[in-house]
Design a protein around this ligand. Structure first.
Ligand SMILES: Cc1ncc(C[n+]2csc(CCOP(=O)(O)OP(=O)(O)O)c2C)c(N)n1
Length: 661
């Protein structure tokens, strides 16, 4: 039974609760998270890990005046519960409900929106710089995970904090996990920091001191004095395996073993991120620091729910589950496989036959399906951390040495690496295959994750070959084709279940730039409509064709396969043969496939009317299912049929007779 959570409509009510009541509140929040997400799905593990931290933050700081900036912001559910959104929490990630990430339009307490990793430190530093310039007094607190430190932008910001401001509070929420286990040298470094006995003794002493600190200014002054002493002592602690006795950076001064201190930030921690009183007193102390500070807290992803503690990767972001057992609800028997698994398994098979192929992921082994390669051929698999730019340039480097790397990166996350695509892949015309999962909607995640722009951002780059399969069998054919293609190749495919068609044992090569005619005109004397359905929209085009034929139209259905190079011959032929061309794409209309068709028709002087169906020029919100959004925005069979009929509404009843070869 919730006793305290209903009392907290605004964070200021939280400040009236005693420590015991806050502990009880933490339990109630966990219960709420576990029950609501068992129905809606979502980022359960990360949120269970930050319950005490979020309570402590709202206990010490005053949002929206003070600024809390969350990296990725997938861990803001607790923050939402405490900032006036409890009543709507049951709607999270559903149509018209709360978004699963921080959203500036949703609440004044969400001072910065996110969904992509690595942005929080820069954004928070920008706020701190603005505050200093305008002379106001907000506290700016940035909460970032250990995996955010695998990201380049985070380091660009860290490099810039000390020269920019004296008041900045960073909280490193270290749970040792990215989505999968965190990787790389920084993860090892943090581990060394946590386990160093001499450093830990000093840190514990200082924390003991903070914990016992009475309230009041004098006490805080004492704390600052003690911190000076603490800082003096830790510079003598070597975290390197060999003692650091020399001038190690060649710029004067001795290299301290604490990375953050080297960058001009005071470092406090590691502290237990579930110890509420310690968190509160440490944040109270940090609030009064006149130097930038990083507090390193240790938390457990999934705390309070056994299944999530046991399987942190599965419960990072989960679908609905059984609240008693934690079993994720199984797919219906006989459901088609997910595209990501088709891609991962196909890559293993391709790698077995071709020694030059390797797989690269930027911290998404399960989401991209590369976990299959990791398991089957670990020496051909690279997880480079949340580092899309690095992943792309790393692939470019390997390609110059005779390898054919396969970069599996979501369509929306690849946006991060746009310059690398231009400068490192396309300009040098290197044979790298990009498998872009989540191209199209990522419905319950919303606008940060929808992959609706890749055709536009790739189409303008020279040397690009870009494809979209209509089903999973064609995806494998396209991967096979791309593995033989000596230039950059991009394959976009949607999130979730594939079409359920059988996959051939031996994939076949597809001719580059060749579309597939699924259904030609019948030649009957009826109005002729050519439906070009890109990728998964090909199925929708086929369904629309059945209805249009029943209403008296003659309909051709074409699977364009390539958005670059376009199949000029096929498009031109049907452009002339049809009275109406309809392009359908799961992509922004502006700059997308339909635009490419219009450009081609303009060049070839094809004057047939073209109706383009795709996403309008606005950011598309989240919803429970992609179907709801497609219906709302007209990417549906009904709308295709309606648009075709509207196009002919004022035309004479007898159509012109067109000979079709
Ligand atoms: C640019 C980008 N790449 C990949 C992701 C996918 N992603 C979401 S959360 C996450 C891991 C975050 O780990 P961490 O920062 O340590 O936070 P935790 O979930 O452990 O609390 C990843 C890789 C993303 N959101 N943005």
């Amino acid at each position: 039974m919730n006793q305290y959570l209903p009392m907290v409509d605004e964070p200021k009510q939280l400040k009236k609760l005693t420590l015991d009541q806050l502990r009880q509140l933490a339990e109630e929040i966990r219960y709420e998270l576990i029950t609501v997400l068992s129905r809606n799905g979502g980022h359960l593990g990360p949120n269970l890990g930050v319950v005490e931290l979020t309570i402590a933050l709202h206990h010490v700081f005053n949002t929206p005046h003070d600024k809390l900036v969350w990296d990725v912001s997938h861990q803001v559910y607790v923050h939402k519960l405490l900032t006036g959104r409890r009543d709507r929490f049951h709607t999270i990630r559903t149509t018209d409900g709360l978004n699963g990430f921080a959203l500036r339009t949703e609440s004044p307490h969400d001072c910065y929106g996110a969904g992509h990793a690595g942005t929080a430190l820069s954004a928070a530093l920008g706020m701190a710089a603005a505050r200093d310039m305008r002379g106001s007094d907000e506290n700016v607190v940035c909460i970032f995970g250990d995996a955010a430190l695998t990201n380049g932008i985070s380091f660009e910001a860290l490099n810039n904090i000390a020269p920019t401001t004296k008041r900045f509070i960073g909280i490193l929420n270290d749970n040792e996990w990215s989505i999968a286990k965190n990787v790389g040298a920084i993860a090892n470094y943090l581990n060394k920091l946590i386990t160093n006995p001499s450093y830990n003794k000093l840190a514990k002493d200082f924390q003991g001191f903070l914990r016992r600190l009475p309230k009041g200014e004098l006490a805080l002054k004492l704390a600052h004095k003690a911190e000076e002493g603490f800082k003096g002592a830790i510079t003598g602690v070597g975290l390197r395996q060999t003692p650091a006795t020399e001038d190690s950076d060649g710029r004067g001064g001795f290299g301290s073993a604490i990375l953050f201190e080297e960058m001009g930030l005071r470092y406090l921690g590691p502290i237990d991120g579930h110890d509420l009183p310690l968190l509160i007193s440490t944040l109270e102390f940090a609030k009064t620091c006149d130097h930038p500070i990083v507090i390193h807290i240790l938390t457990r992803k999934g705390k309070g729910f056994d299944a999530a503690l046991k399987s942190p990767e599965k419960f990072h972001g989960t679908g609905p589950y059984d609240v008693r057992t934690g079993d994720v609800l199984p797919a219906k028997p006989g459901s088609p496989p997910n595209y990501q698994d088709v891609m991962g398994q196909a890559l293993v098979k391709l790698c077995q036959k071709d020694n030059t192929l390797v797989g690269i992921t930027a911290a998404m082994p399960s989401g991209t399906g590369l976990k299959h390669l990791e398991k089957a051929m670990p020496d051909r698999y690279f997880d480079v951390g949340i580092a899309e730019e690095h992943a792309v340039i790393f692939a470019a480097g390997m390609a110059t040495m005779g390898f054919h790397p396969v970069c599996a990166i979501y369509s929306s996350f690849l946006q991060r690496a746009y310059d690398c695509l231009h400068h490192d892949i396309c300009l040098q015309d290197l044979p790298v295959m990009f498998c872009m999962d989540r191209a199209g909607l990522s419905a319950n995640d919303g606008p940060t994750h929808h992959g609706l722009f890749d055709i536009a951002y790739l189409r303008c780059l020279p040397n690009v070959t870009a494809m979209a399969p209509k089903d999973e069998d064609e995806l494998v054919d396209m991967m096979f084709t791309a593995s033989h293609h000596p230039h950059p190749a991009f394959i976009r495919y949607p999130r979730g279940a594939a079409e359920g068609v059988p996959i051939k044992d031996q994939p076949k090569l597809i001719e580059i730039g060749k579309a597939e005619v699924i259904q030609n005109f019948s030649g009957k004397n009826r109005r002729k409509v050519a439906l070009f359905g890109l990728g998964p929209m090909c199925g929708i085009a086929s369904k629309a064709s059945v209805q249009l034929i029943s209403e008296g139209f003659d309909v051709a259905v074409i699977n364009p396969r390539f958005t670059k190079p376009l199949d000029g011959g096929t498009h031109e032929f049907f452009g002339h043969a049809a009275e109406l061309v309809v392009t359908i794409e799961d992509h922004a209309l502006m700059g997308g496939y339909g635009s490419a068709v219009l450009e081609l028709f303009n060049e070839k002087s094809v004057t047939t009317a073209v109706v383009r169906i795709g996403w309008p020029d606005q950011f598309i919100e989240h919803a429970t299912t992609p179907e709801e959004l497609r219906r709302k925005y007209g990417l549906s069979v009904e709308n295709i049929v309606a648009r075709v009929k509207a196009q002919f509404a004022d035309s004479p009843a007898t159509p012109k007779l067109i000979e079709v070869a």
